[in-house]
Each structure stands twice: as C-alpha cells, then as structure tokens.
Design a binder for this molecule. Structure first.
Ligand code: HEC
Ligand code: HEC
Ligand code: HEC
Ligand code: HEC
Ligand code: HEC
Ligand code: HEC
Ligand code: HEC
Ligand code: HEC
Length: 420
C-alpha cells in the first residue's frame, strides 16, 4: 500500500490550501445534484453545503467514500475499465425484454472489483451502513439490497428503479463526420418521427445530394416534448402578466442519446465494428477541467418557471450559444440541421466546436440578419439598440448573454448600413 499512502500524503498537502479556495466555489454550485442516499445521515456528512461536488477541481476536505471518482481509479491507480465493468452483465436480459433486449452493461461493478483495495471501507462497523455502499446501493439492510438503476439505462423508465443523480465525469466521443453516411432510418420519406431504433448500415451514399437534409440526425436527436398540434405553447404555466416576455416553450430542445441502444445496434459482437461494446474507453473519455464554457442559462429563471424535467434542465444548462433558441419555432423545423450544426467540425469532446455560428441565424434568405434593420432582422435591431443604449438587453436569442457587450462576430455579421 505504499503508493496509496504516498497519494494520501500528497492529497493531504494539496488539501491544506485547496480547501480555502474551494469553499466559495462549492456553495456557488449548490444546484448540482447531490448523491442520493436513502439511509439516515452518516457521521461523515456534516453539512450539506460543504459536501464536495463531484468533478470540482478542488479535492474533497477528506476522503469522501460516498463519491466515487474515476480520476482516482483510472488516472491515478491506472485501472482498466474492465477491471470493474463487466460486459455484458448477467442482468441484460432482465432490464430490457423481448425485442428490446441486447447485450449491455446494465449493472454496477461487483464487490470483488473493489475488495482488494477497500476491505477497511467495506467492513467498517458503521450503522446503518458504510458510506461506500451508497455509490451503488439504494439501501443495504438485510432485507433490501437494491441498487440504483445503472446510468447507462437512460431509456429504461420503470418507476420501480431509483436513479442516482451524478454529474458524469465523462464525455462521449461521437465522431459525427464518420456517421453521416452510415446511419439512416430504414423507413423512406420520414420527417421527424421518433423511430430511433430503425437503423441500417448504408455503406454507399451515392444517391444523396449534399444539400439534402442528413438522414442520420433524427435517429439520435428528436424534438423533446414538441408542441405539435396542441394549443399549449409553453412548457410550464406562465404568469398572466407575461405579455411579450420570454417564457420557455415546448419543443425548444433536441434530445441526445441516453443509452447504448442505438450505438450497440451497429457496434456489437456480431458486427465486430470497432469500437466494440466492451471497449468503454473508446467512446467514454474523462473530461479535463478545461471544459467550462460560459453558458447562456440562468438557474434562477429555470426555478421560477418550475422547470423540473431533467432532460430540459440538462439541455438548457449546457447551452453555450443561444439559450432561447427553439427548434420547433417558426421556420426552424424546415431548415437543414447542417445549416446550423456543421458535423464536419463538431467534436463532442470539445464543446467550443459545438457552438452554432451566429451567421447561421441569417439562414439562406436572411432571417434574423437582414440587409438593413428596416427589413426586420432581429440581430440588426438589437445591435442598433445596444449602440444607442448600453443598458439594452438582447432577449431575442439569449437568456443571460444579452446583457453583455456586443461580441465582434455579431457586429461583423450585420451588413454595414450604407443608406443611413
Ligand atoms: C475501480 C472500478 C472502476 C473502474 C476502473 C472504472 N469504473 Fe466506471 N464506474 C465505477 C463505479 C463504482 C461506478 C458507479 C459510481 C459512479 O457513478 O461514479 C461507475 C460509473 C461509470 C459511469 C457512469 C458515471 C459517470 O461518471 O458517467 C461511466 C460512464 C463509467 N463508469 C465508465 C467507465 C469507463 C469508460 C472506464 C474506463 C476508462 C471506467 N468506468 C472504469 C467503477 C469503475
Ligand atoms: C487498485 C486499488 C483500488 C481498487 C481496485 C479500487 N479502489 Fe477505490 N480507491 C483506491 C485508492 C488508492 C483511493 C484513494 C483514497 C484511499 O486511499 O482510500 C480510492 C478511493 C476511493 C473512493 C473515494 C473517492 C475517490 O474515488 O477518490 C471511493 C468511493 C472508492 N475508492 C470506491 C471504490 C469502489 C466502489 C471500487 C470497486 C468498484 C474501488 N474503489 C476499487 C484504490 C482502489
Ligand atoms: C461498486 C458497486 C457496489 C458497492 C460499492 C457495493 N455493492 Fe453491494 N452489490 C453490488 C452488486 C452489483 C450486487 C449484486 C451482485 C450479484 O447479484 O451477483 C451487490 C449485492 C449486494 C448484496 C446482496 C448479496 C450478494 O452479495 O449478492 C448485499 C448484502 C450487498 N451488496 C451489500 C453491500 C454493502 C453492505 C456495501 C457497502 C459496504 C456494498 N454492498 C457496496 C454492487 C455494489
Ligand atoms: C448515432 C447517433 C447520432 C447521430 C446519427 C447524430 N448524433 Fe449528434 N450526438 C450524438 C451523441 C452521442 C452526442 C454527444 C452527446 C453527449 O455529449 O452526451 C451528440 C451531440 C450532438 C450535438 C451537441 C449536443 C450538445 O449537447 O450541445 C449536436 C448539435 C448534434 N449532435 C447534432 C447532430 C446533427 C446535426 C446530426 C446529423 C448530421 C447528428 N447530430 C447525428 C449522437 C448522434
Ligand atoms: C436555425 C438553426 C438550427 C437548426 C436548423 C437546427 N438547430 Fe439544433 N441547435 C441550434 C441552436 C442555436 C442550439 C443551441 C446551442 C447552444 O446554445 O449550445 C441547438 C442545439 C441543438 C442540440 C443540443 C440540445 C439542445 O436543444 O440544446 C442538438 C442535439 C441539436 N441542436 C440537434 C439538431 C438537429 C438534429 C437538427 C435538425 C433536425 C437541428 N438541431 C436543427 C440551432 C439549430
Ligand atoms: C448505423 C450503424 C452505426 C451506428 C448506429 C453507430 N455507429 Fe459508430 N461507426 C459505424 C461505422 C460504419 C463506423 C466506421 C466509420 C469509418 O471508419 O469511416 C463507425 C465508427 C465509430 C467510431 C470511430 C472508430 C474509429 O476507429 O475511429 C466511434 C468512436 C463510434 N463509431 C462511436 C459510435 C457511437 C458513440 C454511437 C452511438 C451514439 C455509434 N457509433 C453509432 C456505424 C455506426
Ligand atoms: C460505441 C460507443 C460506446 C461504448 C463502446 C460504450 N458506451 Fe457507454 N455510452 C455511450 C453513449 C453514446 C451513451 C449515452 C450518452 C451519455 O449518457 O453520455 C453512453 C452512456 C453510458 C452510461 C451513462 C452515462 C451517464 O452519465 O448517464 C454509462 C454508465 C455507460 N455508458 C457505461 C459504459 C461502460 C461501462 C462501457 C463498457 C463496458 C460502455 N459504456 C461502452 C457510448 C458507448
Ligand atoms: C438571432 C440570434 C441572436 C441575436 C439576436 C443575438 N445573438 Fe448573441 N449569439 C447568438 C449565437 C448563435 C451565438 C453563438 C455564436 C458565438 O458565440 O460565436 C451568440 C453568442 C453570444 C455571446 C457569447 C460570445 C462568446 O464569446 O462566448 C454573447 C456575449 C452574445 N451573443 C451577446 C449578444 C448581444 C449583446 C446581443 C444583442 C446585441 C446578441 N447577442 C444578439 C445569437 C444571437
């Protein structure tokens, strides 16, 4: 255990000053979901606000065995994914049944993958149960040894399972460019129906014109909670006095995959198409600390609106371009996804490459960017307003960004007016 001791010592030294730095930082992140553990409070947990948030840059004040970290185990301890995660797990036929079932990693690692190093924590004489158990178990009483739903089962919505809210330490590396021609719906003439699982490999893309809507996108991304034909436009009930003010509408967000269902329909043992399902690390990569980009999102506003849906909250809080943009709004559903999202430059592990260029708001025929402000371009109008009144807030596309100065690329996107 000499390496472990050494790690501990180094951590202790770093801690001494990191703790001071981290306290204000941690409280500012109080919206982050904490680990849910149904048992009574354990002695380790002193105060809610001081509980370290997973993935924070700072080290926890002491070793917190309720918050498993992959950095400790994969980066420091150099453990491979398969030393803990087995593929497939024996329960794969139970979590999904019939047609829906496929070989998957559907359960937490077993005790045997921890015991070599964590005997003291596993056999600690704590009551009700050692805190380390809460990484996987909902409860550990002689009668109840249920685990949480393993998080790769995002598509399994059986209410009998409890889910554990953890901020993922990983990003998914999905090379969009390599899939443009290989993923498609097998049904011809589709629009936006969520028939995600009908995937076929189409090795040749000979008859697809470049200007055509990519067929692949709706396989993995659907409009979430669309308004459709309903007269109810808003996601939650707005106040009567709303007027023209912003309130979140249905159909604002697109979903992202929340399980292995689509990926493993092609990447599986039979196809031998790499990455194989057991090669977790070829798709999941630990995110470095430099992934923090400014987001156009206000958690207070979301709370005021009563946004409690996890999918909505997660998508909204990740928006780095335009927090108010609605996919179902106006002409947007008739536009080509690629006009705003360029799959050839998108790298899902590098968020800044996912920014939607402000130019794309002009569309092909100048929608929000017009020759002059009189032609109705929202960007023209707001840039002009900001010029005469620095206090003006741009609300057409933004939640919080609109209070900031006009970025250079916005000013450049607007044609210089010659007439005035
Ligand atoms: C020492 C054992 C261990 C190793 C090694 C390990 N894991 Fe895990 N993994 C766990 C445990 C325990 C959990 C559940 C606790 C949690 O969610 O943090 C988990 C959860 C996860 C999750 C869901 C939570 C999250 O942060 O997204 C992903 C994804 C994951 N592992 C992927 C991987 C990959 C990829 C590797 C290899 C690079 C790996 N794991 C290596 C034990 C391990
Ligand atoms: C090869 C040894 C090794 C294995 C196997 C291992 N761990 Fe660890 N783990 C460590 C070391 C070293 C630390 C650093 C703190 C310490 O010394 O206890 C640690 C820390 C932790 C922590 C504290 C938070 C963190 O991750 O830094 C938790 C929780 C934890 N391990 C859970 C597990 C679980 C659950 C498993 C099995 C799925 C597991 N570990 C497997 C060596 C190991
Ligand atoms: C890394 C995740 C993980 C951690 C941490 C963990 N367990 Fe488990 N536990 C499991 C899994 C997975 C099973 C199911 C194993 C099986 O069915 O073969 C299980 C099963 C059990 C069972 C049922 C009997 C058995 O062995 O199959 C008991 C009791 C149990 N765990 C107690 C605990 C206690 C107490 C702790 C804390 C000291 C703990 N577990 C920590 C994953 C975990
Ligand atoms: C086989 C599934 C699949 C297909 C097909 C696919 N994507 Fe993705 N897409 C993903 C995954 C996986 C991610 C990463 C999600 C994450 O980080 O959790 C992603 C991420 C994205 C993001 C960034 C999401 C964010 O959180 O900001 C955009 C935008 C996007 N895709 C657009 C597209 C477009 C446009 C197409 C069609 C050209 C497309 N995708 C086709 C799986 C797919
Ligand atoms: C008119 C431009 C435009 C079009 C067309 C468009 N999007 Fe988007 N999309 C955006 C903007 C803006 C965002 C917000 C990005 C941000 O702020 O991070 C976004 C976000 C996303 C996200 C992340 C989740 C979310 O809603 O925040 C996905 C996934 C996505 N788009 C997929 C698609 C797919 C698939 C299509 C085609 C069916 C499409 N988009 C068409 C502009 C567009
Ligand atoms: C319709 C079948 C299909 C689906 C569905 C699919 N893939 Fe792929 N994937 C492929 C093919 C074919 C390649 C090889 C493309 C190439 O090399 O040009 C590939 C390549 C990859 C690669 C690159 C491998 C390398 O060696 O560079 C990664 C990573 C990957 N896929 C991840 C994913 C993920 C993640 C998903 C689910 C979100 C997914 N794939 C869904 C067919 C698919
Ligand atoms: C072909 C690519 C691919 C492979 C291989 C793969 N995954 Fe995934 N995994 C994904 C995608 C895509 C998602 C859904 C997007 C997401 O949740 O971030 C996902 C989701 C997950 C989640 C839920 C993450 C969360 O925080 O919600 C866990 C846990 C997970 N995978 C574990 C594993 C483990 C363990 C392995 C290896 C046995 C593995 N995956 C292999 C692509 C892959
Ligand atoms: C028609 C939609 C639209 C309007 C109107 C608009 N923006 Fe933006 N804005 C975007 C998009 C798209 C991005 C992401 C592209 C980028 O950051 O380059 C963005 C990005 C930003 C950013 C982030 C830049 C960065 O460096 O991260 C700021 C700040 C911003 N806008 C401020 C404003 C202000 C101030 C106004 C009013 C004058 C305004 N925007 C009007 C669409 C709009």
């Amino acid at each position: 255990m000499s390496t472990a001791d050494c790690v501990k010592k180094r951590q202790a030294i770093r801690l001494a000053f990191l703790v001071m730095l981290s306290l204000p930082f941690l409280t500012a992140h109080s919206i982050s979901p904490a680990v849910v553990y149904s048992g009574p409070a354990e002695p380790q947990r002193t105060s809610k606000t001081r509980r370290p948030v997973k993935r924070s840059k700072a080290q926890p004040p002491r070793i917190n065995y309720s918050q498993f970290s992959h950095v400790t185990h994969v980066t420091t301890q150099k453990l491979t994914c398969d030393s803990c995660h087995k593929f497939p797990t024996p329960n794969w036929k139970e979590v999904r049944t019939g047609e829906a079932a496929f070989q998957d990693v559907a359960e937490f690692p077993e005790h045997s993958s921890c015991l070599n190093c964590h005997r003291p924590q596993f056999f600690a004489r704590e009551r009700p149960a050692p805190v380390i158990c809460s990484n996987c178990h909902v409860g550990v009483t002689p009668r109840d040894t249920t685990r949480f739903l393993f998080p790769s089962l995002g598509d399994v919505s059986d209410p009998k399972f409890k889910t554990r809210d953890v901020i993922s330490e990983f990003g998914v590396g999905f090379p969009h460019d390599k899939h443009l021609d290989v993923v498609g719906l097998s049904r011809p003439g589709f629009r936006e129906e969520p028939v995600a699982q009908l995937v076929t490999i189409a090795w040749s893309s000979s008859n697809q014109k470049p200007a055509e809507q990519p067929k692949s996108c709706p396989v993995c991304h659907q409009t979430y909670q669309p308004q459709g034909d309903s007269s109810e436009e808003y996601l939650t009930k707005p106040p009567k006095s709303l007027g023209d003010n912003f309130w979140l509408k249905k159909g604002t967000f697109k979903t992202v995959p929340n399980s292995h269902t689509t990926c493993f329909s092609c990447h599986n043992a039979e196809s031998e198409l790499p990455p194989a399902p057991k090669d977790c690390n070829l798709c999941h990569q630990l995110l470095g600390p430099d992934q923090k980009l400014k987001v156009d999102f206000d958690p207070k506003l979301a709370a005021e609106m009563g946004v409690s849906d996890k999918t909505v909250f997660s998508a909204w809080s990740r928006r780095i371009s335009a927090g108010a943009f609605r996919h179902e709004g106006g002409e947007h559903p008739n536009l080509n996804c690629s006009g705003c999202h360029d799959a050839t430059v998108m790298n899902t592990l590098d968020k800044k490459t996912l920014k939607v260029p402000v130019r794309s708001c002009g569309g092909a025929e100048g929608c929000h960017i017009t020759a002059t402000a009189d032609d109705g371009g929202a960007l023209n109008y707001e840039v002009d307003q900001k010029k005469v009144n620095v206090g003006f807030v741009c609300v057409k596309c933004h939640i919080t960004f609109g209070r900031e100065p006009v970025p250079a690329n916005h000013a450049e996107a607007v044609p210089k007016s010659v007439t005035k």
